[in-house]
Design a protein around this ligand. Structure first.
Ligand code: MG
Length: 370
C-alpha cells in the first residue's frame, strides 16, 4: 500500500439533543473525516473523534488537524506499508496524540481490508456476526432520564449507562433503581470525584451497578486501585487507559476490573487489539465506549466490538439516536439491542457524499510528492 492522497473533511453536525456530562454539554459536534487513497485508487475512511474543547482528553480537533497535517500524514507518505499494524510503529516518534493517530490508522485499515476483499471486522480478527449494544444517557432531570430509559428498553437496548456528577448521584441512581430494580445499569462520572469521596462512592454499592466508570482523575491509576479495594462496585477505566502500557499497569496495580476501549483514545485499532488480548489474559472485563461519533467511527466501533473478548454491550447506539441524518449508507441500525456486523468489504458502509458535503465546513487535501 503506497498512500498518495489524504483529504481531511472537517464536519459539523447537530446532535438530536444536547449530551450533558459532569463537564458540560455538547450539541454541535465537530469531527474530521479522513479520506485516504492509495496508488491503486482504493479509498479508505477514518474519523477523528476528538472534541472541539479538551474536556475529555487533552486533544482537540485543532490539535489533531495540526498533528495530522504537519507530522503524521508526511510520515505515512514516506514509504509503502505492508500491513496496518506498521502504522503504530511509524507514529512512535510522535508522543501521544492518540486520536489524531487513530483517525489515520483507521483509514489505513479500511484501505487494507478493501484490498483483501474482507470486512474490517474479519481482517482485525473479529468473530461475531452481531454485537450487543447499550445506550449512554447524559445528565438530565430524573423524570426525563426515566422516560429515556423506558424508550431505550422498548427499542431493545441491553444495558443503560448514565452520566453522574457530585450531588446528583443518589437522586439519579436511587430514582432509577426504584423504577428499574433489575436493570443492567452503570454510571459514568467522567473523573468528577477524588479519593476523599471514597465513602460517598462506597455508598453507591447499594445500587448494584455493573460498574462505575472513571470516578477519579483522568490520568490516575494509583487512587483507582485504592478505591477498587474499598468498594464492591467494579471500577471501569476509560480516560486513564491511553495505551497498552497503561492498561498493563492498571492490571498490575488492580486499578480496575473493567476496561472501556475507545479506539481513538488508545491510538488506533492495532493498540486496541493489544489491549483486548491483555484483558482476555487477565480476566478484565471489556467493552467498547462511544464518542458521539459520526458514521465512520461508528462503523469502526462495530468492527472492533466484534472481537471475541468484547463481552459486555458496547456504547454504539444506532445513528438515528444521535443524528437527523448520518454520513453513511445504510445508517447503523439496532435490532433487538444488537447491531449486525456488515459483510461488505472494508468498513461495510458507503459514505453518503452529498450528506458529507452538506455538513463539511472545511476541506484540506494533502498529496504525496512524486
Ligand atoms: Mg466514559
Amino acid at each position: 500500500m503506497q498512500l498518495k492522497q489524504v483529504k481531511l473533511h472537517q464536519i459539523r453536525m447537530k446532535l438530536n439533543a444536547p449530551f450533558v456530562t459532569s463537564y458540560g454539554a455538547v450539541q454541535d459536534r465537530e469531527s474530521i473525516i479522513v479520506e485516504m487513497e492509495d496508488d491503486q485508487g482504493v479509498i479508505g475512511w477514518g474519523e477523528c473523534v476528538a472534541f472541539s474543547f479538551p474536556w475529555y482528553t487533552e486533544e482537540t480537533l485543532q490539535t489533531c488537524r495540526h498533528m495530522m497535517a504537519d507530522f503524521l500524514i508526511p510520515i505515512l507518505f514516506q514509504q509503502p506499508l505492508a500491513h496496518p499494524d506498521e502504522v503504530r510503529q511509524r507514529f512512535l516518534p510522535v508522543r501521544r496524540n492518540q486520536m489524531a493517530k487513530a483517525a489515520l490508522e483507521g483509514a489505513v485499515w479500511d484501505v487494507y481490508a478493501k484490498h483483501k476483499m474482507m470486512t474490517l471486522s474479519k481482517v482485525i480478527g473479529g468473530e461475531k456476526e452481531k454485537i450487543d449494544v447499550g445506550v449512554a444517557i447524559g445528565i438530565r432531570p430524573l423524570e426525563m432520564m426515566l422516560d429515556e430509559i423506558n424508550n431505550a428498553l422498548a427499542e431493545g437496548y441491553k444495558r443503560i449507562k448514565v452520566k453522574i456528577k457530585p450531588g446528583l448521584e443518589h437522586e439519579l441512581l436511587g430514582g432509577i433503581r426504584k423504577h428499574f430494580p433489575n436493570l443492567p445499569l452503570m454510571a459514568d462520572a467522567n473523573s468528577a470525584y477524588c479519593l476523599d469521596d471514597i465513602d460517598l462512592l462506597k455508598s453507591l454499592d447499594e445500587y448494584q451497578l455493573m460498574m462505575i466508570e472513571q470516578p477519579l482523575g483522568v490520568d490516575d491509576l494509583v487512587d483507582h486501585a485504592k478505591l477498587q479495594k474499598r468498594i464492591k462496585t467494579p471500577v471501569c477505566l476509560d480516560e486513564s487507559i491511553v495505551s497498552y502500557e497503561c492498561a498493563q499497569k492498571a492490571v498490575e496495580l488492580g486499578s480496575c476490573k473493567v476496561i472501556n476501549i475507545k479506539t481513538g483514545r488508545v491510538g488506533g485499532i492495532s493498540e486496541a487489539k493489544r489491549i483486548h488480548d491483555l484483558c482476555q489474559q487477565n480476566d478484565i472485563a471489556l467493552w467498547g465506549g462511544g464518542m458521539l461519533e459520526a458514521g465512520v467511527a461508528r462503523a469502526h466501533s462495530v468492527a472492533i466490538a466484534s472481537l471475541p473478548y468484547f463481552t459486555l454491550p458496547a456504547d454504539t447506539a444506532g445513528s438515528s439516536r444521535y443524528w437527523e441524518q448520518d454520513i453513511i449508507e445504510p445508517e447503523v441500525t439496532v435490532h433487538q439491542g444488537a447491531i449486525h456486523v456488515s459483510n461488505q468489504p472494508g468498513l461495510g458502509y458507503h459514505i453518503n457524499r452529498n450528506r458529507l458535503e452538506a455538513v463539511t465546513v472545511q476541506k484540506t487535501t494533502f498529496i504525496k510528492d512524486k
